[in-house]
Structure formats: C-alpha cells, structure tokens
Design a protein. Sequence first.
Lengths: 388, 325
Amino acid sequence: MQVDSGGQNNHGGGAHGVPAPRTPEASLAGIARVIRDDGTADPAEDPRLPLALVKSLYVAMVRTRLIDERLVTLQRQGRIGFHIGSLGEEATILASAAAMRPQDWIFPCYREFGALLWRGMPLQAYFDNMFGNANDPAKGRQMPDHYTGKPYHFGSVSSPIGTQMTQAVGFAWAAKLRKDDLVTSAYFGEGATSSSEFHTAMNFAGVFKTPTVMLCRNNGWAISVPSEKQSATRTFAEKGIAYGVPAVRCDGNDVLAVYKTVRAAVEFAAAGGGPTLIELMTYRLSGHSTSDDPRAYRAEGEVEGWRKADPLLRLRKHLETLGALTDAEDAQLRADTDAEIKACVEAAEAAPKPSLESMFEGVYAEKPWHLREQERECIEGPRPKAHH
Amino acid sequence: MTEMNMVQAINDALRLEMRRDDRVLVLGEDVGKVGGVFRVTQGLYDEFGEDRVIDTPLAEGGIIGAAIGMALYGLRPVPEIQFSDFIFPAFDQIVSEAAKYRYRSGGEYTCPMVIRTPVGGGIRGGHYHSQSPEALFIHTPGLKVVCPSNPYDAKGLLLSAIRDEDPVLFFEPKRVYRAAKGEVPEGDYTVPLSEAKVVREGKHVTVVAWGAMLYEVLASAEEVAASHGIETEVIDLRTLWPIDLDTIVESVKKTGRIVVVHEAPKTCGFGAEILTLIGEKAFLHLEAPPVRVTGWDTPFPYTLETDYLPLQHRITPALIETAKF
Ligand SMILES: Cc1ncc(C[n+]2csc(CCOP(=O)(O)OP(=O)(O)O)c2C)c(N)n1
C-alpha cells in the first residue's frame, strides 16, 4: 500500500501553506472513492460486496444515526449525563467494523458504539451503559459512552486520549507470539496522532510487525482545534513513513471504500505483512460531544458542505441506483428502530442504580481488608441528600 | 469590587498579568478561540493573539515540556491541562524535569511556571473527569501546589503563583467553578502562597479542607452548631504545599481535635500527611483520634458519585464523633 500524499492536506491548508477551503471536495481530492456522485459504484474500484452485506451496513448506519439523535435529546432533557456520538462518521465506523473478521479484536476510542452494536452487543446493554444502571456491563462505574464489550471482541473505553493504540499493538503482538490468526484494529481521531501513544504504537507495530490496523478518523476537528493545526504534515497518513508502516488515505464517507481499504489491511496483517495506518477522511457534523457548542469556533458554512457528503445519503443513493431500497423499506427501518430505542430507554430508566457494594468490587480480584472496612462504613453510614 | 465566579476571577487574573508582564503566555488544548472547555481563558485570544494564547496539538507531554523550555528561556508560561485526569502524559516532564531543574542544575536553571488544571468531582464525569491527584505532586520535592476555594483567593493566589520563582500546580475545583461567587477587587492584589485561612472560628474541633469540599465542611459546621452546639473551626488551606502548618497547629492547640476532608482516596492522600504532621507537632494537645473523611480507595465512580464523595452526610457525623470523643 502506498501513501497518497498528493492532492490536499488535512482537510484544509497546511500549517505553513495558504489555507484551502475545508470542503469535502478539497479534502477528498486525489483519494480513491467507490461510490460516485451519481450513486453508482466505480467498476474499477468496486469491491463487489454481497448486496445483503451492503444493505445490512445501511441498516446499521441508520440505526446508529437514530440512536445518536435520540441520545442527544435525552441529554438535553437531563435524562442522561452525556453523549459523544458519530454523526457524519458512521461509514468510517461501521464499514471498518464489518471488514474485521469474527476472530479479530477492536480497540475503540469513544465514538464507536456503532461498531460495538455491529459486533453483537444488544442495544439494551448499550442503553444501560448510557444510564449507568445496575445492568450496565461496566456496572455504572464509567460515564456514558464508556462501554465495554469483551464478549464481542471489543475493548473497554477510557477517556485518556491515545492509550488504546499501544494496547491494540500489544494484543496483536501477543496473538502473533502465540501464532493465533488474529488482527486488531485501533480507532482514534486525528488529534490523537499528536499523543505520544500514537508514535509509540506506530513504532512498536512497525518494529515488531504486529497485525494491527490503525484507524485514524480524520473528522477535521479535535474539539475546537482544526486538523491543520494538529500537524504540519500534509496528511496524517504520511506519518506511517517515519515508522515503516504502510499507510493509505481513504474516503471515509464512502462505505464501500472504507470496507475495501480496511479489508485489504486486515488481510495484509493476517498474511504476516504487519500493520497499516489508514486515514479515513470524514467530518464531525455534530459538536465534539453534548458538552460542546461548535458555533463558538467553526463556520456553519463549512458544516453545510459536509452535510451534502453525508455517508448515509451517499449509501442510500447507491442502494437506490441498485434498486435495492424503497422509501417504504426505509421508513419501516426508521419506525422499527425508534420503537426499539424507546423500549430500551424505558427499560434502562426503570432499572435500579448499581448497589453500594458494587462500588467496592473489582478494584482488585480479591477485596483487601481496607476496602472491606470502607464498604462497611459506607453501607452502614448515612446516605447523601438528593442526587444532583 | 465586582461580583465574580471562579471562572471569571481566574480569567481576570490571567488578563491582568498578561497585560502587566509580556513574558506571560497561555498554552494548552482548546484554550484559544473557544477559551477553554470551561471558558476560563475566554477572550484572551482576542486580546493577546495567537502568540500568547496558544492552541497546541493534543499532547500534554508536549505542552508541559515546551512550557518548561519557555520558562528556561525566561518567559512565564501558564499551561493549561484540560482536566487534571489528563495530566499523566505530562507526569514525567513535571516530576522529573520541572520539579528538579533548580536543584539538579545547582541553581543555574529555574522553571517558574503555573500549570492550571480543573480538579475534583461533582460534574458527573466518571473516572476520568473527576480525580484529585494533588498528593502525587505534593509528594514531589520542588513543586508548589495550590487549590483555591473562592474567586477572591483564586485571583490573588494565581497572581502570586505566576510571580513565584518555582513551578506551581494550580488546581481549580471545577465543581464550584461557577457556583462559588464573591466580591473580587478590580486590579492588582495578591494572596500570598502558603498562608491558610481560618474561615470559621470555633473551639471544639478543627477541620482542614480546600477547594470544593470546603463548602461541604461549612454546611456541616452549621449543622452541628445547630444540632449539638459544636463550634467548628474551619481552615481553608488554599496552598496545599508548602503547607501553613502553624495555622493548623495553633487551631489544634485550641480545639484538641482535628478532621481532614478531601475528595482524593484515603490511602496516601494528603490527609495522611497532615495528620502525621499534627502527630509530630501537636501530639500532646490531641484529645481525640485524628480523623480523615475522604473519597474511598476505589476509582472514582459515575452513578454512585455522591456516595463516593466525602459530602456533608459523612462530614457531619465525623464532627460530632470527634467533638464528643
Ligand atoms: C490525554 C487527554 N487529553 C485531553 C483529553 C480531552 N479530550 C477529549 S477528546 C479530545 C479531542 C480529541 O480529538 P481527536 O483525537 O481528533 O478525536 P475526535 O474527538 O475528533 O474523534 C480532547 C482534547 C483527553 N480525553 N485525554
């Protein structure tokens, strides 16, 4: 695989160049795409996926979108504390998850609940995490969107930027040492490429040729910092060169292109070729999270341009050109998803809070004396006044 | 005098010092145009421009390492770490470098800089937006550690910290960023480092606290005064290290009883050090066992946050038991 360092840089002007407009056209110039503007697949690039797979990706992306929207509303209503979603980035997440083989493992950042659901986590379990109730697999210990999914070969989310990258490398490395046929992927934003974790992960992956796919979601922003202020390189992919890691840029809003690129990297890794860095060009249509108001730092005009490049619209158009999606089908999908979400929210809200005991469990494999003592003190002691 | 909250007071201090001293600059993640995720640096970018209010790439080690370099050069950097939970990628630079420069270079080099960072729980932030890591830095010789509880002190202490010759960790209790309001003088004034303040006088029991927990302590003090006639003396530490031990010893000599309250876990928390110091300096004055009311020795939980924190419901019984011992 080759780094495509021609064309435009990280969404806009280079740190040292004249700022270019941050339009989809400028950001995607020179990058191979599969789904063309008219919705047809470019025959020269088409991975020719089974139609059923493409349709299930559409279903998953619509569901992800609707879940996102509902969670934002729930946060605004004060029913959940926080949400960090993937609005506009669904193709980077769903198509890459789909391109991993069943035995492969995913090390998430924090926008990848869609990948977790794709991997089979029940929607109810995700909502239980969002409400931090007693049924939450993470036991209500972590803030919303900090899910965990070991049964689905999916990691446990933590907030500190970058930490999952080196871990994904180590996991893949362990599998390689044990001669197991297994690949890992690590998701991260382009902002995270500034962290020392990124550089260490790339270096270790390169030196030890670990079967790891490094998935950089270049969504243009790290909270309020635009991608061109994050790095002076023209692309994030070209950072692979310094570590001897093959790298490629990909149209992140093109489901078929993402699938094809990630699948190739997975197969390359599984065949002993080592790691690949993939820069998925996409755009964060929402604020950073429900805690953020992007109007304070970005022009609405920029967002407008990217709304037209919405990965959902592009896939829908593609399916329509294939005659594979009717309006009625689409409406049914949305209605079914809404109903399912509603039921999950009701159940999650009705579930009890985690027990006080659960707070003291899992710090260690065995509870030491001091935690037993503190647990007793907590349970036998007075309760706090109203919760928030 | 103007009424301000903590965010405004800290902003005011930064603005004042940046106008007064052109060596002062701010750097960190999202501190520029948007003015920080808590808006503490709001408006500074517009007034001082991108060379003095700098949005950095996402790398705490880079922020602090570069700030150290700037300080060595003679500037007065005030780096921001977005949450103190994210200070750990910079731990090496702070602990191995900033803290030791003066000593290891025989005084040739110094690192005057102030690392500002929001601290503590109470915003439903879970493990990684709630922790109180002050003890790790107090444990490191060469660092000063400050944690104001109110706008007046926040401004005065920040001005002292920026003018200090040593590296200072400036912890801002985010739970009361906007809730703590008070009169703040316009213009220049300082609150000296290493001076605690007796914020409530009493003769039965001494409580030492700082930051957001001070308000819980004051509420408990009122509660036990009304219910049991217990008069609590409350000390707002303000500067955690170097500690103003005299003020605490003075108070304990009067009350014979001490309770320390902090959000951080109990084990090796700063309370352990304070109580040991009291054991060393005022043992013969103690009439009751010294007590800590702290976060539990678990990671900071999400849903059970208020059961984790040492809030009024846990401070009140500790005051009563200690006073009645
Ligand atoms: C070590 C660390 N520093 C700072 C933060 C605060 N923070 C959370 S997300 C974020 C921006 C991340 O941007 P990027 O890596 O591009 O990912 P995106 O959110 O755009 O998907 C920052 C600064 C953090 N979580 N961890």
